[in-house]
Ligand binder design. Structure first.
Ligand code: ZN
Length: 107
């Protein structure tokens, strides 16, 4: 069972209280971008075995979107943070590197 801490209300949320929102930090294709860039924005996702950044919504709580870093194989959670960031915060990256020294960072 996945348990994530909502960074807004501070509650430890059971997976059943949350709604998954897919990969976090997806770069949007801007106006005038090529068809290939727009297609990549719509469909290309990392889907790694290991460290992954995801969007979640505290659907049965405060209702806000937040981001989480976790290992998709072990279900280990490295941390959660507010959704208004374009890159993972330093403390989340440090927590990942402390427990996964072989991690090479986001692609
Ligand atoms: Zn919440």
């Amino acid at each position: 069972m996945l348990t994530l801490k909502c960074p807004y209300c501070g509650i430890l949320c059971d997976e059943t209280e949350l709604a998954a929102g897919g990969e976090a930090h997806v770069k949007r294709a801007g106006p005038g971008s090529s068809d290939e860039a727009f297609e990549a924005y719509l469909f290309d996702r990392e889907n790694p075995m290991g460290v992954h950044f995801e969007r979640w919504r505290h659907a049965h709580g405060c209702g806000k979107w937040f981001l989480a870093a976790r290992d998709t194989v072990t279900m280990e959670v490295f941390g959660t943070y507010k959704a208004q960031t374009t890159e993972p915060p330093e403390e989340i990256v440090a927590a990942i590197r402390a427990r996964r020294p072989e991690w090479e960072g986001r692609a």
